[in-house]
Design a protein around this ligand. Structure first.
Ligand SMILES: [Zn+2]
Length: 99
């Protein structure tokens, strides 16, 4: 299982295996410009992801499902990324279509 990243600095797209990030939070680094994420934030994310996966493993006895989680498509109160507030209306319309 991998996570797709887009570097906010240079725009490079890359993916990192979740198992690698679980083992070493410093492995989240842009292969193009070497930008790094705060390891503590990565550790927090991996800890939360571990909880999500445990819950998914439990739920799959009843339902098989997939999560599409994107930083640019987070529900309230997280909303769009900073600096993209003007796109909020568009984002809400897209949310309605998906349901
Ligand atoms: Zn980069």
């Amino acid at each position: 299982m991998t996570i797709d990243f887009e570097c906010a600095g240079c725009g490079a797209d890359f993916e990192v295996d979740v198992a690698i990030l679980m083992e070493d939070a410093t492995k989240l680094q842009c292969p193009n410009c070497d930008a790094k994420a705060d390891p503590h934030s990565v550790e927090d994310l991996m800890g939360a992801l571990d909880d999500v996966m445990a819950s998914m493993a439990h739920l799959r006895r009843k339902f098989h499902f997939a999560l599409n989680m994107e930083t640019d498509d987070l529900p309230p109160p997280y909303g769009p990324a900073d600096g993209e507030q003007e796109e909020e209306e568009v984002w809400e319309e897209e949310e309605d279509v998906e349901k």
